[in-house]
Ligand binder design. Sequence first.
Ligand code: AMP
Length: 398
Amino acid sequence: MKILIINCGSSSLKYQIIDMTNENTLCKGLVERIGIEGSRLIHKVEGQENYVIETPMKDHKDAIKHVFDALLDEKHGVIKSLDEISGIGHRVLHGGPDMTESILVDQRVKDTIKEFVKFGPLHNPGNLMGIEACEEIAPGKPNVAVFDTSFHQTMPDYVYMYPIPYEYYEKYSIRKYGFHGTSHKYISHRAPEVIGKPKEELNIVSCHLGNGSSLAAIACGKCFDTSMGLTPLEGLMMGTRCGNIDPTVDSFLQQNENLSAAELNTLLNKKSGALGVSGVSSDFRDLEEAAAEGNDRARLALDMFVIRVKRFLGAYIAELKGCDAVVFTGGIGENSATMRADICKDLEHIGIKIDPERNNVRGKEALISSDDSKIKVYVIPTDEEVMIARDTMEIITK
Ligand code: AMP
């Protein structure tokens, strides 16, 4: 069985085909600049040169047509007919409180995605366009929506509620939802396999550290708490997002800098975080390099990131009433031994001790804590696409 995975942004689209007999990726690709001059599709098959199509693509439907053309291409394609694709799994950012699991797309699901554009204005519209384009171009093919928010829907009310007047929860559904759910879910499945114990017997803190970063406290396989909130802006400091700050900063800046709500949103989402503090970059490789060369603001940004991860890590170990394993994943978590070492530094008193030699790994599964560390620490590369493909297969074969 082959599953197509689609991750649609507002002007870009990533895709992959996974053969579920062995979970191998047959091809992956990217369409950039949809609806903008200079649209192009890059199609990658391992062991082959990239196949690039440069042609105007006016909307997502156009882009998906070209994706199907690339998949079926005589020379670069990986399938002979669309019949070979059993289903399409779509990554969707926000599913609100009712989408507690991945689900077969119908009108109600599309209405929900539309409703939660209010909290995912940058992602939900593109996600929906991708689904509707597939429905038009490949009628009858089952589409499955896999939400970034679903995994976190097991949080209890006293964790997900915000302490603001209750009526705003009732009126607008304002509460914590959490994101990166597909990645944290993958870790909730994979970590127990790596540890060799059933997930029902383990408490895990999953640290997804990348361009966007979030931690999840996972109790017996279920999410108990997570650091992102109503939107992916809450929680940790990130590449370009501020994370938790006193909300008064918003209104102060809005008044004193004469900003519109949209400008403030852009400032906190795109110009803050590591980029805003350092003035160097949002990329942690650049920051580590600049800090090593003596750039004080790059050093400051890294130190701020580390203390914020420690803050949530400590909180989640307390919330879980004890923890068996901490897992690092995401671009930074998988690749930066320095960040992992700094985050875990001086945590022996709560049972975390890193082995510097074991920690010297990049992008592969590894135990990085020392033998006498009470809490085991792992690096586990995330695989959101496989998770989407597994959910899609499960739903369409039900
Ligand atoms: P992601 O959003 O999970 O793809 O993560 C992307 C981020 O991972 C990049 O912006 C970098 O900041 C970070 N990253 C990737 N490789 C490294 C590395 N070797 N050292 C430090 N940071 C890295």
